[in-house]
Design a protein around this ligand. Structure first.
Ligand code: NAG
Ligand code: NAG
Ligand code: NAG
Ligand code: NAG
Ligand code: NAG
Ligand code: NAG
Length: 352
């Protein structure tokens, strides 16, 4: 839980000299200020209080809760060719299934509280019901959803000037009943209670400053419309607009995301009840798994993320040079092995 000061090497993100001479951010803030990532919204409040959520780029984690997984396979009725390839690999080499799957399933290195302290403000939580409990999952089951939500809730209590967006989706199960779904919904509502920013508002009706002042600081979507129809505290799944390259190649992912950002910045009037996600993530394919036995090929999602994350700074500086917004939610794997926060700070400082 110890956080070091995060020194922004702004010049390395915003390449180009004196790119924004009209900025009202003092020069010392723009160049060398240290921002404490755990309270960056509070520290940057003078610059973002007048913004709405549609105007910000929030940093976040893809498959946020897959930092620890059990050996229990998750009940995902949709199946996955990548999982099939992993099972085949385990059989072929006589390796315990978990040893083969887990390196390709773990997408983060820290728990949700620590991710929030690192500055993350969006969390992609995928829930599966195992017959008795709601758990996170990615091929394998993780910790109970309640554990993850309590971590984020306690972060919010201890950091009263931070805002958060949580997406709870997938809702996988062999045999889901409405009662199971209601349990999940009630768990969320009872825990976050009056902190929930309701869908009767929009992402352009309340400023960041007002959200903090009213203490309605957490936006949560739950992707089952019928379950939340009568509960306006929660947002529909469609309020989070997803996109991802579905490629294990950095060049392809970069090209795909350039297209996404171009499209996003050419929307004449942004929707006010939805947020666009940009996934700076590489996705293993069946061939990625098959090739993983070869030398010099990625052997885990962490290896793959290191390749992806190495391309973020160049991409972001190209976007910021055009004075574009990077999207509204920027997702990454293994956030602690990336320059995501520097990119976010640069984007805020640029638009001021
Ligand atoms: C960063 O902020 C947190 C929360 O306010 C605080 O506990 C921590 O000591 C700060 N870190 C530094 C290095 O100032
Ligand atoms: C927020 O975004 C909207 C839509 O692009 C724009 O009209 C508005 O000026 C922006 N507000 C700020 C404070 O940048
Ligand atoms: C579901 O997961 C919870 C939490 O890990 C565990 O305690 C419980 O035994 C699991 N239930 C089944 C039926 O596997
Ligand atoms: C699914 O759950 C319902 C309600 O609990 C039950 O009636 C049904 O038999 C279950 N089906 C399977 C395949 O387990
Ligand atoms: C929502 O409210 C309506 C009207 O009171 C009721 O008929 C319906 O069953 C409720 N839906 C859920 C999922 O609770
Ligand atoms: C958002 O609100 C601002 C300030 O009220 C307004 O100027 C702007 O046009 C709105 N943008 C959208 C997309 O509704």
């Amino acid at each position: 839980m110890l956080i070091g000061l995060l020194t922004i090497a702004l010049s390395s993100v915003l390449t180009g000299n004196n790119a924004h001479p009209t900025s009202n951010i003092p020069a010392h803030v723009r160049t060398t200020t240290s921002i404490n990532a755990s309270i960056w919204m509070q520290q940057l409040l003078p610059y973002i209080a007048h913004y709405h959520l549609i105007n910000l780029t929030l940093p976040g984690t893809h498959d946020a809760a897959s930092f620890t997984l059990t050996s229990a396979l998750s009940p995902d009725p949709t199946g996955s060719p990548v999982l099939d390839a992993l099972v085949k690999l385990a059989e072929e080499f006589g390796i315990p299934l978990q040893d083969v799957i887990t390196p390709w399933a773990e997408s983060q290195g820290k728990n949700l509280y620590d991710q929030a302290e690192d500055g993350m403000r969006y969390f992609d939580i995928r829930a599966a019901y195992n017959g008795t409990d709601w758990c996170s999952y990615h091929f394998e089951l993780g910790l109970p959803i309640y554990t993850h939500l309590v971590a984020l809730h306690s972060f919010l209590l201890l950091h009263p000037n931070e805002i958060m967006v949580i997406e709870i989706s997938h809702l996988a199960s062999k045999n889901l009943t409405q009662d199971n779904l209601n349990v999940l919904r009630d768990m969320v509502i009872n825990l976050f209670d009056s902190m929930l920013y309701p869908r009767t508002k929009s992402f352009n009706s309340t400023t960041i400053g007002e959200m903090i002042a009213s203490n309605q600081r957490v936006v949560i979507s739950l992707s089952d419309d019928a379950t939340i129809a009568n509960y306006t505290q929660l947002w529909y799944g469609s309020s989070m607009i997803n996109s991802y390259a579905n490629s294990d190649s950095l060049a392809q992912m970069t090209a795909y995301n350039w297209q996404q950002v171009t499209q996003f910045n050419s929307i004449p009037t942004l929707p006010v009840s939805a947020l666009f996600k940009l996934s700076w993530t590489l996705t293993p394919q069946v061939s990625t798994i098959v090739d993983s036995i070869l030398p010099h090929k990625p052997k885990s999602l962490k290896n793959l993320a290191d390749i992806g994350n190495s391309g973020l700074e160049e991409f972001a500086s190209a976007v910021l040079k055009k004075e574009w917004q990077l999207c509204q939610l920027l997702l990454i794997d293994f956030q602690e092995r990336s320059v995501l926060m520097q990119v976010i700070f640069a984007s805020i400082l640029q638009s001021n």
